[in-house]
Design a protein around this ligand. Structure first.
Ligand code: K2U
Ligand code: NI
Length: 179
């Protein structure tokens, strides 16, 4: 099972790479990896398992965060109406988004960042995401609220972008110029 020792931390070049598309249908290996990523996020929210294995609670993780520069991430998060989004996605793509923006009042954190970095991280308020799930089905998701923010945070990881790159005025030595 994946634990925090498998999570690469900021400064590792893989976090600044643009991850590569996953050939579909996904290989057995890529499916196993994505399933382990989903299990990690689920385990990280389980009081016993997160305590036992010292997992930092998370709602998502992207493959570059375990050193794999492939376009896939896993999320396990409920929306404001308690609909649970628990899935792995291959080659996710934001196909449309609102002009309106939103942000978490508390700012954002990251499993690959072992420091608190305060600041507003602007995100699109609503997004439409297309991707392929672990069953090989193409899914289209219309998202808003925390779920939308989580998906945008994970999408950024696939493009070598860290949440603090989006904080106005934050200077980071590893800063990646935003498109
Ligand atoms: O590093 C990651 O990608 C996992 C992050 C994802 C994330 C951070 C901030 C905002 C949205 C998504 C971890 O889940 S950070 C821990 C966390 C837990 C619950 C809610 C928000 C963040
Ligand atoms: Ni992160």
């Amino acid at each position: 099972m994946l634990t925090m020792k498998d999570v690469v931390r900021e400064g590792h070049p893989v976090l600044r790479e643009v991850a590569k598309e996953v050939p579909l249908p996904a290989s057995k290996e890529d499916k196993e990896t994505l399933q382990r990523m989903l299990d990690f996020v689920i385990n990280s929210q389980d009081p016993e398992l997160s305590e036992k294995y010292q997992l930092r609670p998370g709602v998502g993780i992207a493959a570059p965060q375990i050193g794999i520069a492939k376009r896939m991430f896993a999320v396990h998060v409920a929306d404001d109406n308690d609909n649970l989004y628990s899935m792995g996605l291959f080659n996710p793509k934001i196909i449309s988004h609102s002009v309106e923006e939103t942000h978490l009042e508390s700012g954002e954190g990251c499993l690959s960042v072992d420091r608190d970095i305060p600041g507003i991280v602007p995100r699109y308020a609503r997004i439409t995401v297309k991707g392929t799930n672990l069953d090989g089905e193409e899914v289209t998701l219309r998202l808003r609220g925390l779920v939308s923010i989580v998906f945008q945070h994970e999408m950024d990881h696939l493009n070598g972008i860290m949440f603090y790159d989006r904080i106005e005025g934050f200077k980071d030595p590893f800063k990646k110029e935003l498109p």
